[in-house]
Design a protein around this ligand. Sequence first.
Ligand code: BG6
Length: 499
Amino acid sequence: MSPNEASTSLIMIFGATGDLAKRKLYPSLYHLFRKGKLAKQFAIIGTARSPWTHEQFRENVKDSVLTSIGTNDQIDDFVSHFYYQPHDVTDTNSYIKLRELAAELDSKYSLNGNRIFYLAMAPEFFGTIADHLKADGLTDTLGFKRLVIEKPFGHDLESAESLNAQIRKSFAEEEIYRIDHYLGKAMVQNIEVIRFANAFFEPLWNNRYISNIQITSSEKLGVEERARYYEKSGALRDMVQNHMLQMVALLAMEPPIRLTTDEIRSEKVKVFRALRPIEGEEVDEYFVRGQYGQGTINADEVVSYRDELNVNPQSNTETFVAGKVMIDNFRWAGVPFYIRTGKRMTTKSTKIVIQFKDIPMNLYNRNEQLNPNLLVIHIQPEEGITLHLNAKKSGQNMQTNPVKLNFSNDGTNGINTPEAYEKLLYDCLQGDATNFTHWDEVALSWRFVDKISEVWEHQTQSQFPNYSAGTMGPKEAEQLVQKDGYFWWNITDLDVENC
Ligand code: BG6
């Protein structure tokens, strides 16, 4: 095995005809294959209800690779490793057939009994599938067994606990890879490196020097075809419980003593434990929710959330959340972490702005405030960091001018960074669970979010819709930050191209 090559394995994809598999998993596996990062010996079984043949499946995989990557070099060799088995997730006979095919491929490709079960399908089946995998003998294998499970992991703490208890009957915690695809994003992984590999950030990374941190993850798209799921989820469960709080944890954690999975996760867990619980009447003080009305996106008129397909015309589901998260520990006491996420906003962008405290006085233009120093971490679509500083204006004066130092990932490497899923699949094949969420993180983040959703569920929200599509959310989101004396940095102004 070459040093970069992942372990030989059989990967079983449940939900092989679904959107996620087509858009993300097949193109990512193909990328790994092309880069020589998949073991020479590997096989993939796709399962779903449709009565496809191996050939039909391979054609579909080819299509999805071509559509998403636009090249098909070595595609026939790649798809020759793909097999299809029609499957009913509740039926023991289906699993027995799957077990037979798995055994056959195991010996055909010498896979050493290594198995990855990837659940890329509706969450209501996660528990049932895990039960059957064990009961019907698919986990009786001489090699490793790993369960990769997509979000949502439960709907609240209680349902997450019961799902966890159910899958733990078939898989140990270290065999469970809970996906949060934000943890596969290059610049999310870079947060730790920026912090812990540079001498000048870490000494300033605390409440003495940082005034506030702002994390915005905005989307232009609306709910699309996902209303059935989203109506019950809303932005709080869909984005805050996982992606947004994971970014908070990476920004706020202490340096791990070593870069091992356990050490990193245990530092993140401490952040989740230090989250100030927001409950009861405090919810309105710390959190704002919104729902989009009609508006304009890219010069096109778009309908309101309540007019979207399969959405209740009186829906109280939030499509936007802004919140102030406090971490009550020594390092962060008093520093607000403002988070903001929503659908149908002005732009598709994820950015983190770390705002440093003002210096004690402005020697240069005494009547004016100097611009604060900012460190902007561009997560997507641009990848990089920008440092906002003050320098001398040119000419015969002693006035200051804001300047920006930029580092852009694309510019340096000259290639697109790999998709999050590609990194995560590779990590899972290598047995590295660092960029997957541990149960303790999931449980603590549900505990935090549940207190907010409980209050929202009992309030009748008559103000919806309260922001127009194509804007940055309701005015209450501005007020949330303004009442602390801050304002949201305009994320378009912070784009690398505008620097
Ligand atoms: C998913 C949410 O987890 O993340 C979606 O379910 C959301 O609603 C998506 O659109 C955003 O991911 P990204 O990578 O496009 O920022």
